[in-house]
Design a protein around this ligand. Structure first.
Ligand code: GLU
Length: 285
């Protein structure tokens, strides 16, 4: 049997905090215990929010924590052509449609439907528009005019392709068990945009497969994303890894840490004289 493959996949859109340290250290410990490999993936598909200095800081933070990764490090911004190819395939299979509404237009459509319109686990309204019915000539014309657009998964068409129930094996909070995925809670989720040929969901599942990842250890904040990841894996014919969603590290007030909470960034703790052992103790490892 080939060794299991784990990965830590931070986004360089801010300085890492104790929650990221917990995730990286847990990946490291679990990979070591399983005799597996640990990969680093830089999830930098969003050019408006990702910056080279944050990526540099990630590498320094990991070195400080004593975490060694296999080489090479995968940077998603270097693989846009692979994501584009997957989008093209999905499009040819009739599983994508193009929508042109701005965020404000979507908000207006949702408001017009009255209170209680459903939202996805990230808090965005389920796509309320009817772009799926747009005549082909209009679609081509608007793209030709240079209008911004999103490429959305046709959820109903996608669900028809997969055997139900769709499950994943979970070993994190709550113990080892099979979980039924509910991709319908995401609606016609965005998989790409005019200027970025991949969303987090698409790039993540493609890279996990391309990198041979067998074990995904990440925070509970991404638990619901697993439903859409499992659907994409089934449609694209990719293997299903084992998932381990871990608890989130909270601040002293019991609130979730965020990249903007400066006091708990790893670089600040390092400047205050903390070492990797102190971090392990604080996060309970
Ligand atoms: N890049 C994501 C983040 O920083 C993590 C993705 C994942 O582990 O699947 O939140």
């Amino acid at each position: 049997m080939p060794p299991p493959v784990f990965r830590f996949a931070p986004s360089p859109n801010g300085y890492l905090h104790l929650g990221h340290a917990y995730s990286a250290l847990l990946n490291y410990d679990m990979a070591r215990e399983a005799g597996g490999k640990l990969l680093l993936r830089i999830e930098d598909i969003d050019p408006t929010r990702c910056r080279p200095e944050y990526e540099q800081a990630i590498r320094q933070d990991m070195e400080w924590l004593g975490i060694l990764f296999e080489r090479p490090v995968r940077r998603q911004s270097e693989h846009f052509s692979e994501y584009r190819a997957a989008l093209e395939w999905l499009g040819n299979e009739g599983l994508l449609f193009t929508s042109f509404e701005s965020r404000a237009e979507i908000a207006a459509l949702v408001a017009a439907r009255g209170p209680g319109w459903p939202r996805d686990p990230d808090g965005s309204p389920i796509y309320p528009g009817n772009a799926k019915e747009m005549p082909e000539f209009e679609r081509v014309q608007r793209i030709g005019r240079g209008e911004p657009y999103a490429l959305r998964l046709d959820l109903q068409a996608a669900l028809k392709r997969v055997k139900q129930p769709l499950i994943w094996h979970e070993t994190g909070e709550g113990g080892a068990r099979d979980i039924e995925a509910h991709p319908e809670q995401w609606g016609d989720v965005i998989l790409g945009r005019k200027e970025t040929p991949a969303s987090y969901h698409l790039a993540c599942v493609l890279d996990d497969a391309l990198q041979g990842v067998t074990h995904i250890v990440r925070g509970m904040d991404l638990y619901e994303s697993t439903s859409i990841h499992r659907l994409l894996q089934e449609i694209l014919g990719l293997p299903a890894p084992v998932y381990h969603h871990h608890k989130l590290v909270l601040d002293e007030d019991g609130k979730k840490l965020a990249k903007r909470t400066r006091s708990t960034t790893l670089r600040d703790l390092r400047a205050q004289g903390w070492n990797a052992k102190d971090v392990r103790k604080r996060v309970g490892l």
